[in-house]
Design a protein around this ligand. Structure first.
Ligand SMILES: *Cc1c(COP(=O)(O)O)cnc(C)c1O
Length: 420
């Protein structure tokens, strides 16, 4: 390492994990190899016994992947990191490393749809109990703690309602009860939030999103605090096998170099878009951590250094109007995923969170009218102009929208409809 590991995240993002390679390349090369030859039988034996540092086989470690892992560990102020084949592989590896049959887990209600399904269905079938609670309410978390609670799993801001959990507060509650705290930091990236510094024990990422940032890779990461935990997780990942390949690792590491400036732009543009939406007559409510109307606005200011690029909102015409608006967009792309340079829009109830089922969505306050917007780095005036023309189209009441207005369905409104 040729820089102080505690340099600013902006500098870590550019120099992190770039080390001494043969021929001194400025960028770590792609080691496209599944296996590494031993100098001698004795060296092979020493490598397997852990007496020698070095590479054996790419599921157990690869230099290109290792460079990315170092960079991500530095960014999150962790001890070491693992790059995984997807965010879900990172989450699955983490849960398998920390839990066994008979254990109990507490999870945020507002989490990524597949995380919720993994915990409820797959982990549940393996005998791991779970309770989903509103983790923004520490008393609820305290009440949900049981003697066998081993993990408190938090996503903050939560997907897609953007509810914020107090990481320091929840870490204290969990640690009192002997549980460890896992934070999914995908929505913020380590530029805007560093959960380990707030007391969390493990951070996971879908690097598919902001870290890579260019919507061309699926990847995940786990960041741990100490060597004991590293060894425990290494064993599990080696056997489960959800590792990242060197080509993807190269792309993610390349993407991270612009992470700090991309996050700055995402934040700058998203607040402008959020203010535009909040002011628009067709928009019923807007949820963005940078708006004072966000219920945990103050907490967000305390633990996040920016409000991020994600906005949730609902239209007055509910789902029908939301669909019309999404279909009328020209610049903003109708697609799931988030955190890329391009602005993406999607409908959680029928897309990312469809697999959760209606009951779980209701519990997590994901209403049918909720639309999720990931603000990209395009010219913000052009993003707003596109939304404006689409909203104008959607607010022309069509026969269905008119019928819905005449007989409005009873609403279980989740988010403050009071705007800025
Ligand atoms: C996308 C996402 C995941 C899952 O990551 P994949 O890379 O798609 O497997 C997990 N958590 C959050 C918050 C996400 O946005």
């Amino acid at each position: 390492m040729n820089h102080d590991p505690l340099t600013s995240p902006d500098t870590c993002a550019v120099h992190g994990g770039v080390d001494n390679y043969q021929f001194r390349p400025v960028v770590p090369p792609i080691y496209a190899t599944s296996t590494f030859s031993f100098e001698s039988a004795a060296q092979g034996e020493a490598l397997f016994a852990g007496k020698h540092e070095g590479y054996i086989y790419s599921r157990l470690g690869n230099p290109t992947v290792g460079a990315l892992e170092k960079c991500v560990a530095e960014l999150e102020r962790g001890h070491k990191a693992f790059a995984c084949s997807s965010g879900m592989a990172a989450i699955q590896t983490t849960l398998f490393a920390l839990l066994e049959a008979g254990d109990h887990l507490i999870c945020s209600e507002a989490v990524y749809g597949s995380t919720s399904t993994l915990i409820e269905s797959i982990m549940g079938n393996l005998g791991i109990e779970s309770t989903f609670v509103d983790t923004s309410d520490l008393n609820t978390v305290r009440r949900a703690m049981r003697p066998n609670t081993k993990v408190v799993y938090v996503e903050t801001p939560g997907n897609p309602t953007l509810v914020i959990t107090d990481i320091q507060g929840i870490s204290e509650v969990a640690h009192e009860g002997g549980a460890q705290v896992v934070v999914d930091n995908t929505f913020m990236s380590p530029i805007l939030q560093q959960p380990l510094l707030c007391g969390a024990d493990i951070v996971v990422h879908s690097m598919t999103k902001f870290l890579n940032g260019h919507a061309d890779v699926v990847a995940g990461a786990i960041i741990v605090k100490d060597e004991v935990m590293y060894a425990q997780f290494r064993k599990v990942l080696n056997q489960l096998g959800g590792v990242l390949g060197p080509f993807e690792a190269f792309l993610v590491h390349r993407g991270i170099k612009t992470l700090a400036i991309r996050m700055e732009r995402h934040c700058e543009s998203a607040i402008k878009v959020a203010l535009f939406l909040a002011d628009h007559p067709a928009v019923e409510w807007v949820r963005y951590p940078g708006l004072k109307s966000h219920p945990q606005y103050e907490l967000g200011r305390k633990q996040m250094s920016g409000a991020g690029g994600l906005i949730s909102f609902g239209l007055r015409g509910e789902l029908v109007a939301g669909r019309e608006m999404m279909n009328a967009l020209r610049l903003c792309t109708l697609a799931v995923s988030l955190g890329g340079v391009e602005t993406l829009i999607q409908h959680p109830a029928t897309m990312t969170h469809a697999s959760m089922g209606r009951e779980s969505r209701k519990r997590a306050q994901i209403t049918d009218g909720l639309v999720r917007l990931s603000v990209g780095i395009e010219n913000v005036d052009e993003i707003i102009a596109d939304l404006a023309q689409a909203l104008d189209k959607a607010s022309q009441p069509t026969p269905t929208a008119k019928a819905m207005k005449a007989h409005p369905a009873p609403r279980t409104e989740c988010v403050g409809s009071k705007l800025l």
